[in-house]
Design a protein around this ligand. Structure first.
Ligand SMILES: Nc1ncnc2c1ncn2[C@@H]1O[C@H](COP(=O)(O)OP(=O)(O)OP(=O)(O)O)[C@@H](O)[C@H]1O
Ligand SMILES: [Mg+2]
Length: 139
């Protein structure tokens, strides 16, 4: 499924719609270059679980941010993880367990990611335009 977002708010709204369909154990993989809107989308997803969007950040040194929401929520950002090093993070403890995981730069942990994960590709399509393609889930 391919959609066009014209603003931050539209991307957040898309995140909310996606979040509403998630259940415990789901893994959402986000792909797209710097500034393509991955973290904006995570804010929308997290809001469904009662997490304030301001608490979702791109902190430089946090790889795994854990939120004790209604459902455990893990925001994982692999940007600073070197190729081949993702296996050392113990991601299996989070992925597919009791909670919901959303992973930015998921291509850096290809081997660790369960096959049935939901995949979202974000691409620039102009200043405030982003093309967003979702596979593994219908909204
Ligand atoms: N339609 C849109 N959807 C999402 N973000 C948008 C949109 N239009 C403009 N933007 C802007 O693009 C930027 C997206 O930043 P964001 O931090 O979400 O990117 P990212 O993909 O997480 O990058 P990084 O790889 O650095 O983590 C923000 O500054 C946001 O305001
Ligand atoms: Mg980000």
């Amino acid at each position: 499924m391919k959609l066009l977002s014209k603003s931050d708010d539209e991307t957040k709204e898309l995140g909310r719609k996606l979040g509403e369909k998630l259940k415990r154990g789901d893994v959402v993989c986000l792909y797209g270059e710097l500034g393509s809107g991955k973290t904006v989308l995570v804010k929308g997803i997290a809001s469904v679980f009662g997490i304030n969007e301001r608490d979702i950040t791109s902190a430089s040194f946090t790889i795994i941010a854990e939120y004790d929401a209604d459902v455990p929520f893990y925001h994982i950002d692999l940007y600073r993880v070197a190729a081949g090093k993702a296996s050392e993070l113990g991601l299996q403890e989070y992925l597919g367990g009791n909670g919901i995981s959303v992973i930015e730069w998921a291509e850096r942990a290809e081997e660790e990611i369960p096959e049935n994960s939901i995949k979202v590709n974000l691409n620039y399509a102009g200043d405030n335009m982003r093309e967003i393609e979702i596979t593994g889930m219908e909204l």
